[in-house]
Structures are given as structure tokens and as C-alpha cells.
Design a binder for this molecule. Structure first.
Ligand code: PLP
Length: 333
């Protein structure tokens, strides 16, 4: 179905600056690679929580309230990412989180080879280059298909060997937005190197397509808040149970699966929850799904069905960015 003009107006009204640049005036925002429009609810919630003087981990009511928000944020992250196991946590940026996951995987992985592709963002290959060298491992980057602009098992297959310690996969091209079949590549890697740690950069994909971590057979997945209708200054990482409990930077005495370091920004968790509430709301506008995950999936399908609309409504973020790339059939855009 195509969103009715009334629904589209309501959607646009939930975002800041849908029709204008805050500095220059009228414009259609079509920054598909750099960021996304920001939900008003994320900004409101951020301002509200940043004003709290209370810290987490105390027994007073406000402190308990903040910890409940963090717990809810974590549950919402796993819901949106389709992850029923593992751990989620926030970090400074997507770049910082990818670097951290890759570094840790390299040092705990058994094997001597790290692989990735030339489709990847510097966030991934910079960390792979640096830490494979420090760990005295070999790093290989495979090419990609320049016609489809994606990487596939065809490119990965020739470098798959049993001594793979870490493999990285990007979920969508940062240049064209075309989507990579993560599940197929991960399963091919596992068939040759079952113990390999597989880390996925979902930063360009997550705002444009549904994520089903339970289905992928991977160990790490990273998204950025500001590319997913939220705000700058945080990214979200998911780690599998085996990566979560592998040795990593921690305060002495912390539980083995904890990756957060120091005091968390409650407002980032709350902002992420607002994104999930928005997608549930959107799912409810287009169907009769009842549970949260099904509502999010319904939103994904509906967004994928939106046509491009030349003219003033051409890019309302959800009518173009999501619609163009969330389709099951890859489309150039
Ligand atoms: C595919 C991809 N990975 C990683 C990043 C880095 O994300 P962040 O800006 O959150 O560090 C970007 C940013 O453009 C990206 O497009």
C-alpha cells in the first residue's frame, strides 16, 4: 500500500526539519549516506533526561527510574535488531564500536587470518589493518561486484580457509545503499571456519531494512543512532554470547558479559526506545499486527512499498530513503 497523504503528513510531522534546512531554509533532505531526519520524540526525551542530576546505581527513586530506562532501551535494541540472545550496549560512535569489537575478536579468535571486503567503510578496515598487524595476523580484503555494487559469497569463497580468526561483512553499500546477503556469507564462512568471529557493520542498513540477528549466525552487529532517526553521540553494538563473555576491557569485578565502561548516557537508550515506538506506531498504521516485533516488520514492509514521488514530497526520509532500499528486490538509488 502507498501511504495516504494524511498519513504521510503525520509521519513528516514526527520529524524535525522535514521540509527545511535549519540554516538555509526550504529543502528536501536526501542525505541517505550521512544521516537521517531526527524524530522529535528523540530530541525531547534527550533534553528531558539530560537535565536529571541523578546518577545510575543509587537507591533513590530517580536513579531507579534511570536504570529502568536503560533496561527498556536494551530490550528495545534487541527487539529492533531481532536478537533473542547476546548483549547490547552503547558506545561513542559506530566507528568506535566496530573498532572495539574487531580488536577484541582478533585477540580472542583462534586462527591467523582476518578477512573483509573493499566495500567496507574505513571504520572496519582501519581496525582490521591495525589490529591484525599488532596480532601478527594476515589481513585480506576481497573485492565486490561493481555492477551490483554488493559483495557476495562469490568474492568471499576463494579466501575462506579453516584458519580464519575474524571476518567482517558490511550489510549495505555506503555509496549505493544496495544490500548484502549477510546470512549467506556468514553461513559459507562458518562451513569452512566454524569458530571464526563474524562482525557486521549494519550502520547503513539498519535505517533502510529490517535486521534479523537471530537468523544470521554472526558475533557482532553495529548501528549508529544518528543514522536511525535518533541523534549523534552514540552507536549501538550487539555481541553474541561467546563474544560477550570473551576477555575484553572491563572494570575489575564486573560480570563477564558487561561491555559498558563507566556511566551510561540514559538519554541515548531512551532515544533509541523512541525510534522503536515510532516504528511500532507506523506498523500499526498500515496493518493489524499486535506484537512489537510484528509491528516493526509491518512498518518495514509498508516503507518498502512506497513509491518515489517526484516533487516537493519526494524525500520525506521514510518515503524515499527507507522505501528505496527496504525492498526485497535490490534497487539502485
Ligand atoms: C557503513 C558505515 N560504517 C561506519 C560508519 C561510521 O559511523 P559513525 O559515524 O557512527 O562512526 C559510517 C558512517 O558514515 C558508515 O556509513
Amino acid at each position: 500500500m502507498t501511504f495516504t497523504p494524511e498519513l504521510l503528513t503525520t509521519i513528516r510531522d514526527r520529524f524535525h526539519h522535514a521540509d527545511e534546512c535549519p540554516i538555509q531554509g526550504p529543502r528536501a533532505f536526501f542525505e541517505n549516506a550521512g544521516g537521517s531526519l531526527t524524530l522529535k520524540a528523540c530530541v525531547e526525551r534527550t533534553a528531558e533526561l539530560m537535565a536529571f542530576p541523578d546518577n545510575q546505581g543509587r537507591s533513590n527513586v530517580a536513579s531507579q527510574h534511570l536504570m529502568e530506562i536503560v533496561a527498556q532501551g536494551r530490550a528495545d535494541m534487541k527487539l529492533l535488531l531481532g536478537a533473542s540472545s547476546g548483549e547490547v550496549f552503547i558506545g561513542e560512535t559506530g566507528t568506535e564500536l566496530l573498532g572495539r569489537l574487531i580488536r577484541n575478536a582478533i585477540f580472542v579468535g583462534s586462527g591467523s587470518v582476518v578477512i573483509g571486503s573493499h566495500l567496507e567503510h574505513p571504520a572496519t578496515y582501519s581496525a582490521c589493518r591495525r589490529w591484525s598487524k599488532v596480532a601478527d595476523m594476515t589481513y585480506k580484503q576481497v573485492g565486490f561486484d561493481t555492477d551490483t555494487t554488493v559483495v557476495s559469497i562469490d568474492q568471499y569463497r576463494p579466501v575462506l580457509t579453516p584458519d580464519l580468526a575474524v571476518a567482517t561483512i558490511i550489510h549495505a553499500s555506503p555509496v549505493t545503499g544496495m544490500h548484502v546477503d549477510v546470512k549467506a556469507i556468514a553461513s559459507e564462512i562458518r562451513s569452512v571456519a566454524p569458530g571464526c568471529f563474524i562482525i557486521v557493520d549494519g550502520i547503513q542498513h539498519a535505517a533502510h531494512g529490517r535486521v534479523d540477528i537471530d537468523d544470521y549466525g554472526i558475533d557482532g552487529y553495529v548501528v549508529s543512532g544518528y543514522k536511525l532517526f535518533s541523534r549523534h553521540n552514540f552507536g549501538v553494538a550487539w555481541v553474541s554470547d561467546r563474544l560477550a563473555t570473551a576477555p575484553h576491557d572491563q572494570l575489575d569485578g564486573a560480570p563477564a558479559n558487561v561491555w559498558e565502561l563507566g556511566t551510561r548516557d540514559t538519554s541515548a537508550y531512551a532515544a533509541f526506545s523512541e525510534v522503536v515506538r515510532y516504528l511500532e506506531w507506523l506498523g500499526g498504521q498500515v496493518g493489524d499486527a499486535k506484537d512489537s516485533r510484528t509491528l516493526i516488520e509491518a512498518a518495514a514492509v509498508a516503507i518498502g512499498e512506497q513509491p518515489l514521488r517526484p516533487g516537493p514530497t519526494w524525500c520525506s526520509c521514510l518515503s524515499a530513503c527507507w522505501a528505496q532500499s527496504w525492498s526485497p528486490v535490490p534497487r539502485a538509488w
